[in-house]
Design a protein around this ligand. Structure first.
Ligand SMILES: C[S@@+](CC[C@H](N)C(=O)[O-])C[C@H]1O[C@@H](n2cnc3c(N)ncnc32)[C@H](O)[C@@H]1O
Length: 201
């Protein structure tokens, strides 16, 4: 991970993007913008390795931090789905500035769309969630993924970041996804996880 640091400001600077800060959404079903800390992305992608041919989707992608980071590390295809208009525009500005310093190879896309209405593409295989919305919407998105897999069978990885208990209970009790790895919050707080990684083995 040459030149990528664990500091949010320094890594934004290196990637030539602006992803720090927060933005509240008016709708109570859609949670606010806040980026996953780079220090946690660093930990996650020590464990999870992607290939150039993988297609990674961030549901509730905000200003695009995770998509840029993943693209930079693995040169895979990345898709950011975001519903807040201002935040979506910031992601597009970031795509312009990222492309000045780094070759995006037309492999990064942002779409302004409700995650629950997004049609999963048959080649998309890694799905990332950092608590973007309520569990009711999360269920719809997961069922869309399952429907896509039923039509086009393939191996799927789901990454849950700081998952709320409702997400975890639902996915473990109501679907066939199984936990293949996780990263604990810290040694004291063993009940919570920074990341849970699931697959349809
Ligand atoms: C906690 S932020 C996560 C940002 C990014 N994924 C990251 O980890 O750095 C959640 C984002 O989801 C967006 N969001 C909330 N509900 C959404 C929905 N139904 N469809 C798409 N995006 C949504 C919010 O506007 C916000 O930008």
């Amino acid at each position: 991970m040459e030149k990528l640091t664990k500091s949010d400001k320094k890594t934004d600077k290196f990637l030539n993007i602006k992803t720090t800060g927060t933005r509240n959404n008016k709708d109570k079903h859609h949670f606010r913008y806040e980026a996953t800390p780079y220090s946690d992305l660093y930990l996650l992608f020590q464990k999870v390795t992607l290939n150039e041919s993988d297609h990674f989707v961030d549901f509730g992608s905000g200003r695009g931090r995770v998509c840029f980071y993943v693209h930079h590390l693995f040169n895979c295809y990345t898709y950011g789905i975001e519903i807040n208009l201002s935040t979506y525009h910031e992601a597009l500005l970031n795509l312009e500035s990222y492309s000045v310093k780094h070759d995006s190879n037309d492999k990064i896309q942002f779409l302004m769309e409700y995650a629950e209405n997004y049609e999963i593409k048959e080649f998309q295989n890694v799905f990332f969630f950092f608590n973007p919305f309520t569990v009711q919407i999360f269920k719809k998105v997961i069922y869309n993924i399952i429907e896509s897999v039923n039509k086009h069978p393939r191996e799927i990885t789901i990454i849950l970041t700081y998952p709320i208990l409702d997400y975890v209970s639902f996915i473990l009790q109501e679907t066939d996804f199984v936990v293949v790895d996780y990263i604990e919050f810290n040694h004291i707080n063993k009940d919570r996880n920074k990341f849970i990684i699931l697959q349809n083995l």
